[in-house]
Ligand binder design. Structure first.
Ligand code: R7I
Ligand code: MG
Ligand code: MG
Length: 368
């Protein structure tokens, strides 16, 4: 399939023409990450928005006659764009290049809502002239490293880049690229889990998802990922399998279907800025929104995912972005209603990066 000329500009607005199949799933994932961030950002850190506020928010955005400026992306997307462009330009993972992009991006536009500690990593990387790009992250939080969700929130392009690669490679690049800023095992393993979830969604044909098997497969993979390694810092008696445990709780929530309340999700999985309190929640949002959700008007399953993730409150931009990248990878870009395209800053860039990552795949057969 020829991917050129698929994005054109009309009255300064990106108009994205349809591509189906795997190329559409790549676009869906990058667009989903962006849309979750842009649409979720106005609610980040606020108390949980009421059902009527969110329903009217999504209803208004769906109205083609609505004239409002597009919503700005935050650090989640700023860093996702760096990860994608680094993989594209370097044709693979290059730690120094990626670290330099993070730093350049941050100092160009520092007011994108970055986590309050990760900015010390950027400053130290710059001050040490990128001599050892992993060192500054290692000294965060008294040498334990950050467990913020900042590595997980930017990881989708790694899943796209590794589409044809075995899980081992997905885990390896997800972990190493996370270590540039997040040296705590909860921080980088959260990114690994999020990356595996996007990878699995890309490999699952739309409408063919067995949600229990999807989670069970993640549990199996995370049992290997979380098996303690020599370099891991664990407290006496600390359970190393935090993500496995969370995914098992997620399965229990799934058994309760549509009766699960936002408070239950908050108490069981979390809605916070830490990776272990947000990555499982994003995955749950994707699974929950496969079917209609009480009080959520959105009837498009992709939008319902973002809407549901935001409805949980807390770290809404990040949870919606991570959920959106999984949902977009599963449903594909063509399932994202066109009326929403214009509401997010730089959608055409996300599409272009998705197309470039798609084109980098080693052609196998006659895939679209
Ligand atoms: O993880 P990070 O990049 O932040 C991402 C979040 C997303 O929600 C974005 O949308 C943006 O709002 O920020 O940035 P970090 O500064 O590494 O981590 C974020 C926060 O997590 C820190 O500022 C701490 O409040 C908390 N945190 C920790 N607190 C105690 N002990 C992270 N690690 C620790 C820790 O080890
Ligand atoms: Mg943000
Ligand atoms: Mg956030």
């Amino acid at each position: 399939m020829i991917l050129k000329n698929l994005i054109r500009k009309s009255h300064g607005m990106a108009v994205v023409e349809a591509v189906e199949g795997l190329a559409g799933k790549f676009r869906g994932s990058m667009a989903g990450a962006l849309m979750g961030d842009c649409l979720g950002a106005p609610f980040e850190g606020e108390s949980r928005a009421s059902r009527s506020v969110l329903n009217s928010y999504f209803r208004r955005l769906a109205d083609p006659a609505l004239k409002v400026p597009y919503k700005l992306y935050t650090d989640d997307t700023a860093m996702t764009r760096c990860v994608a462009q680094s993989l594209i330009d370097e044709k693979g993972y290059c730690a120094t290049d990626m670290a330099k992009r993070f730093v350049k991006e941050y100092y160009n536009e520092p007011k994108r809502g970055y986590g309050s500690n990760v900015t010390d990593v950027f400053a130290a990387l710059r001050a040490t002239k990128f001599q050892d790009v992993y060192a500054p992250a290692g000294i965060q939080f008294g040498g334990r490293g950050s467990y913020g969700n900042g590595a997980a929130m930017r990881i989708a392009p790694v899943a796209l880049f590794c589409y044809d690669a075995p899980d081992k490679e997905v885990v390896h690049i997800a972990k190493d690229s996370s270590l540039l800023t997040h040296a705590n095992r909860l921080g980088y393993n959260g990114a690994v889990l999020q990356c595996l979830a996007v990878h699995q969604a890309l490999h699952t044909p739309a409408n063919k998802l067995d949600s229990v098997k999807f989670i069970e497969s993640l549990i199996t993979k995370m049992k290997t990922v979380e098996a303690p390694k020599d370099e891991d810092i664990l407290d006496e008696g600390e359970n190393p399998f935090i993500y496995v445990k969370k995914l098992e709780k997620l399965l229990e929530l799934m058994e309760q279907g549509d009766s699960v309340t936002p408070s239950q999700v908050e108490d069981t999985l979390g809605v916070y800025i830490s990776a272990h309190m947000s990555v499982p929640t994003a995955i749950y949002s994707f699974i929950r929104a496969l079917n209609p959700v009480t009080n959520i008007e959105s009837d498009n399953a992709f939008l319902r995912t973002i809407h549901y993730a935001i409805s949980l409150g807390g770290d809404t931009d990040t949870i919606a972005s991570m959920a959106g990248s999984i949902a977009g990878a599963y449903y594909g870009f063509s399932e994202i209603p066109e009326s929403f395209h214009r509401h997010c800053e730089a959608l055409s860039d996300a599409i272009e990066q998705a197309d470039q990552l798609f084109k980098m795949r080693k052609p196998k057969s006659t895939e679209t």
